[in-house]
Design a binder for this molecule. Sequence first.
Ligand SMILES: [Zn+2]
Length: 63
Amino acid sequence: MILILKREGELNMTDYNCGDRPTEGVYQCGDCSKEIEIDGTINVLAPCPSCGSCSWIQVNTTE
Ligand SMILES: [Zn+2]
């Protein structure tokens, strides 16, 4: 069993929606937890490819 708990101190959890233009990084679907990466070529959040949700949470992967 793998527990996915990304609680390292104080995570900066910010909510984003479709159409937002966040900074580069990894974003996790608020409904199904699918992760996508925003980079220099894709800079606008689209609906989740898995469930169609428009709720995204930024994931801090720098550590
Ligand atoms: Zn989803």
